[in-house]
Design a protein around this ligand. Structure first.
Ligand code: HEM
Length: 357
């Protein structure tokens, strides 16, 4: 398919890329120099490819030769069953919220992943960038520092584990431990060295907005209406905090149990605007102790969302199944699972990297 010289340039370029990774550990200056060379080679490669081949192929080449400044994950060395156990040990705490960090861990995994854009393939859980500015400072991520701090001991106890894997696995373990479905999870995310690759703020949803905004945000990640509704069903867990989002209260009476209660309550309770000075939110008429966000209400107001709310309120099993699939997809957005031993390939790996490794 490719002429020999082009193939050689490309293979050399891939070799340069791995050299570039290696040298980061040995010598920073050499790393920077090799990156400069790698960038030059990449520009050359893309130039040649652009002339010789169609635009589509050029895109594949570009994506496959993008420099990687990642700490390479070494998943084979980590005992993930032990990591799971360490996470479970950290979930319960009678002095925190409703007695569990589980809901906060779920929000951590979701916000780490929900920055993804399938338009330019930026964002997503790879890189573990939320521990750096600017992501750590985003208003939408307020309070998640508590989850990251809580998980620090797990990171330290398991050499080879990456933050990016830890943040997503913590969400999966929390859901399973709170009665949710088993979610397929696999390791292999890298840690970036800083937050330079974080996208601009504004990729996570704004709770004050309605159906159009929700679609804009989740379609950008590559989800459809059914997946969106299933995902937001995670609001059966946890609560809003005045000092984080400015909203207040839980969605259900059992905020540490994963269930389809969020959908049932959304449909069956009467909801009214809460009379207070805070941001617009809804409260249940009967007890005035539960809450819904304007964005939650959009799921029953919009007819296309509503049909899935009806479905999931009626069929908890279907909800668990669809949630597991959508959440697995969310946590893997933009992640290329190629590892140091080359044994795994992500669903998102480009054609080029699948052929040439
Ligand atoms: C329209 C989309 C969404 C909006 C507008 C939204 C908004 C919010 C807000 C404002 C909070 C309160 C944060 C705080 O004050 O502590 C929250 C909490 C939470 N969200 Fe969402 N969210 C959305 C989707 C999701 C998704 C897709 C998931 C997971 C799959 C999720 C899981 C959670 C959980 C578990 C909490 C509770 C955290 C805790 O108890 O500390 N949310 N969300």
């Amino acid at each position: 398919m490719f002429s020999r010289p082009i193939t050689r340039i490309l293979i050399n370029n891939v070799a340069r890329r791995s050299f570039s990774n290696q040298s980061r550990y040995n010598n920073r200056q050499e790393y920077q120099w090799s990156r400069t060379r790698s960038n030059f080679a990449r520009a050359t490669t893309n130039g040649v490819a652009g002339i010789a081949l169609s635009g589509g192929i050029a895109f594949i080449l570009h994506a496959s030769t993008a420099p990687s400044d990642n700490k390479l994950a070494t998943p084979s060395k980590v005992d993930y069953d032990q990591v799971r156990k360490s996470i479970i040990d950290l979930l319960d705490d009678n002095n925190y919220d409703d007695g569990s960090y589980g809901p906060l861990f779920v929000r951590l995994g979701w916000h780490a992943s929900g920055t993804y854009s399938h338009i330019d393939s930026t964002g997503g859980s790879n890189g573990g960038c939320m521990r750096f500015k600017p992501e750590s400072q985003w208003g939408a991520n307020k309070g998640l520092d508590l989850a990251r701090e809580r998980l620090e001991s797990v990171y330290r106890a398991h050499p080879g584990l990456t933050y990016a894997d830890l943040y997503t696995l913590a969400a999966v373990v929390a859901i399973e431990e709170m009665g949710g479905p088993k979610i397929k999870w696999r390791p292999g995310r890298n840690d970036h060295e800083d937050g330079k690759k974080s996208p601009a703020d504004g990729r996570l949803p704004d709770a004050a907005q309605g159906a159009q905004h929700i679609r804009d945000i989740f379609y950008r990640m590559g989800f459809n209406d059914q997946e969106i509704v299933a995902l937001v069903g995670a609001h059966s867990l946890g609560r809003c905090h005045l000092d984080r989002s400015g909203y207040e209260g839980p969605w259900t009476f059992s905020p540490t149990t994963f269930s389809n209660e969020f959908f049932r309550l959304l449909l069956e309770e009467k909801w009214q605007l809460r009379p207070w000075k805070g941001p617009q939110q809804y409260q249940d008429v009967k007890t005035k102790t539960l809450m819904m966000l304007p964005a939650d209400m959009a799921l029953v107001q919009d007819p296309d969302f509503r049909k899935y709310v009806l479905l999931y309120a009626k069929d908890g099993e279907k909800f668990h199944k669809d949630f597991a699939a959508a959440f697995e997809k969310l946590l893997e957005l933009g992640v290329d699972f190629k590892t140091t031993d080359g044994s795994r390939q992500g669903k998102s790996a480009s054609l080029w990297s699948r052929i040439f490794g």
